[in-house]
Design a protein around this ligand. Structure first.
Ligand code: GDP
Length: 529
């Protein structure tokens, strides 16, 4: 059988092969620390702390965050690019914390694999579960890294069981810890018969010193820990590429990002198991060959929050061919030419001009006011292509908005329409409120802050908002709407395309409705199945 990972031979452009990944985790699991450790191993950054400062935490990213926080909002997200073992790795940032938003999910449409980062003491946490659900629906294979093994935590096998029971994901060890959480002596390697012991480097932010031992040597040194590690790991299956790519199994690693333990092994798994950028199906389902002429899709927009420097950066993933700065491409949705003079790679506040970019890479197109999430650019010298629109993710926050100044209702409508088109917020029209008071729906409240800010500063139509007491949206077919008519705690609204949606207080209310009215369908609101 052909190697399923080599759907693309990485194109014939002569550039190093690519792997494009994102880390999915709950805040505090150690994503920033792992990002720094990955880059340190990969030597994209020579000085420890350049990505994410230790001690005073004054690295590039945190500086940028501080700047953003001064503006009261955090909007950072882009890609860090580094090399490992002759391969270029694009690590796309998935913003969490308060800036968790639809953009966080959209980033996952631009990667080929994800690293699920778990805190050894906490296991699966809410934000991890949400992001994992998106990976699963989109068929993105997931590698699992259990972090903070240097601190007391759960038992390794209990974490493995949690994955199987809660998300039906079967972990296949790549490494297994020698010593329980808080007593990490080394990592047993599943493929090679050796064990890597670690001596902690002082200061933490440098590479921990590795000492390879044979299993016999390790057993002689740790007679009370090795047998347990070998037995536990032996209970689980081996890494299996096919089921990994299908999202059914997950290569499992343990470590401590803070002391760089297990990070090299993680990079090896990324380079050897994660799929290369492959052909993407276009809107008709036809694959666009990865080595064909240039095409790319916009997966995220970042609108300048500073009214003095109102720039819109469109983040584009290269899907096929080679992106060359300065070339005029075609914007599929409007058919108009799109000049790419201002192209940059963006991570944190650093912007570097990009000249060429290859499938899997991310390009930031500066001043891209005419682009929206989901839009396609392609090389007009090749066959036209349009990729499917960006999926709509289930919102969990809702508010009713109206123009603060009724005299500005024209600007209000224009602004709301623009924000909807760009994907800043989802816009619904409630049958009870009418279109003068649309319902804004979002995955995270940051989206409302952005919308409100832009309505005031960009469209000069400040808004008044009322937070609505709902946290669940479900599709409502005609029959559901009939059954729900007059039900307290439920509001019916529709999208621009006419789809009707039931806004429901919470999951318990939904369960109650289902119990009392068993004929309700109320299908999940997911366009990206
Ligand atoms: P993020 O919110 O997921 O980006 O998490 P951070 O990278 O900021 O880490 C959260 C906290 O966990 C910080 O205090 C880190 O120093 C700490 N941390 C991260 N990785 C490890 C680890 O491997 N071991 C220990 N002991 N602490 C860690």
């Amino acid at each position: 059988m052909a190697d399923p990972r080599s759907d693309s031979p990485d194109g014939d452009h002569g550039a190093a092969p690519r792997r494009s990944i994102a880390v999915i985790s709950h805040p505090d699991a150690g994503k920033s620390t792992l990002t720094e450790a990955l880059a340190l191993h990969a030597r994209a950054i020579t000085e420890a702390g350049a990505v994410h400062g230790k001690g005073d935490r004054a690295g590039v990213v945190s500086d940028w965050l501080e700047m953003e926080q001064k503006r009261g909002i955090s909007i950072t997200s882009a890609a860090l690019q580094f090399e490992f073992d002759g391969m270029v790795i694009n690590l796309l940032d998935t913003p969490g914390h308060a800036d968790f938003s639809e953009d966080t999910y959209r980033v996952l449409t631009a990667v080929d694999a994800a690293v699920m980062l778990l805190d050894a003491a906490k296991g699966l946490e809410p934000q991890t579960l949400k992001l994992f659900a998106v990976c699963r629906r989109r068929g993105i294979p997931v590698i699992t890294f259990v972090n903070k093994w240097d601190r007391p935590g759960r038992e390794a096998l209990a974490l493995v069981d949690e994955l199987a029971e809660r998300i039906d994901l079967h972990a296949t060890p790549v490494t297994w810890p020698v010593g329980e959480a808080g007593d990490l002596q080394g990592l047993l390697d599943a493929r090679h018969e050796h064990v890597t012991m670690y001596r902690r480097a002082p200061g933490g932010a440098t590479l921990a010193e590795e000492e390879p031992l044979s299993r016999e040597e390790a057993t002689a040194r740790f007679p009370d820990r090795m047998p347990d590690a070998v037995d536990s790991m032996g209970l689980l299956g081996e890494v299996d590429v096919e089921t990994f790519l299908q999202g059914r199994t997950s290569p499992l690693l343990f470590g401590a990002a803070l002391t760089n333990i297990g990070v090299r092994q993680l990079l090896e798994v990324v380079t050897t198991l994660a799929p290369a950028p492959g052909s993407r199906p276009d809107v008709t389902g036809e694959p666009r060959p990865v080595d064909g002429p240039f095409s790319g899709v916009v997966f995220k927009m970042q609108a300048g929050m500073d009214p003095k420097h109102r720039d819109h950066v469109a983040f584009l993933r290269v899907c096929s061919g080679v992106f060359r700065r300065g070339t005029v491409y075609t914007h599929a949705q409007s058919g108009r030419p799109f000049a790419t003079k201002y192209a940059a790679s963006v991570f944190g506040r650093e912007r570097e001009t990009v000249e060429d970019a290859y499938p899997g890479d991310v390009v930031g197109l500066v001043n891209a006011t005419n682009l929206a999430v989901g839009d396609t650019l392609y090389d007009p010298d090749g066959p036209p292509v349009e990729f499917p629109p960006m999926p709509v993710f289930a919102p969990e926050h809702f508010l009713a908005a109206r123009a603060a100044d009724p005299g500005r209702s024209k600007q209000f409508r224009k602004g709301i329409a623009q924000l909807e088109q760009e994907g800043v917020v989802q816009v619904l029209v409630s049958e009870a409120r009418g279109d003068g008071q649309p319902v804004l729906a979002a995955v995270g409240p940051l989206q409302f802050e952005v919308a409100s800010f832009r309505m005031e500063h960009e469209f000069r139509a400040p808004i008044r908002t009322e937070t609505l007491p709902y946290s669940v949206a479900r599709l409502a077919n005609d029959q559901d709407v009939e059954i729900l008519a007059g039900t307290p705690g439920v509001e019916i609204a529709h999208r621009a395309d006419g789809t009707r949606v039931a806004l429901i207080r919470d999951i318990w209310r939904l369960r109650g409705l289902r119990r009392d009215k068993p004929d309700l369908e109320l299908a999940p609101l997911l366009a990206d199945a």
